[in-house]
Design a protein around this ligand. Sequence first.
Ligand code: GAR
Length: 234
Amino acid sequence: MNGTPEPRVPGPGPRPFPIAVLASGRGSNLAALIDAREAGRLPVDIVLVAGDRADAPALRNASAHGIPALALDPKSFPDRRSFDRALLARVAASGARLVVLAGYMRIIDAAVVADWAGRMINIHPSLLPKYRGLHTHRRALAAGDLEHGTSVHFVSAELDGGPVIAQARIEVRRDDTEDALAARLLLQEHRLLVACVDAIARGQVRECNGSVLLDDAAICAPLRLDPSGHLVAA
Ligand code: GAR
């Protein structure tokens, strides 16, 4: 990320809006983005899918859809920062104006995150700020929560921190298991992530000084999905 500074905040720009996706595993959120794009519901061009695991199904799926896929091996770098710098340099070279962390399971170095402030989002399976980190479904069940959910947020140096753009909520059922809850929530994750990427690509949502703006006005609470899958004020 050296050289000409990029604008910190994505604007409407020419369509389709170029995005890169970082993924470490299964890639169902990536698949939701690909499906939406191929169905003409998402005005983006996925210019790169990258990650830390060459065997990740997400990367295989990207290749199958003709999307450039790249894995770098963290073990070939002396430290986290040099790995992250190398990976994000490839993302910058792809022309992406937004980086979507979709099941990317590595913490990104704070200096690298700062380079991408306002241009990197993450999907997390909890109603942030609750349950940052791992095992969110298990923790929601253990706490006896009646409601669970997922959040999409701009990425900051803090793990699963950064301003929350939008959330989707589901009811926790009395007989829920961790797997059942995760599977039900995943369907909402897919809808929420597509809606957030769409809103950013269209210039409707952006980050400014730590706040999320919807149509240039700071939001007071995370946005939610309307029945047609668009983001609306809570
Ligand atoms: C998703 O549930 C996503 O929210 C979570 O990993 C899963 C990836 O699934 N991400 C995190 O926990 C990040 N803190 P996918 O590979 O099928 O998209």
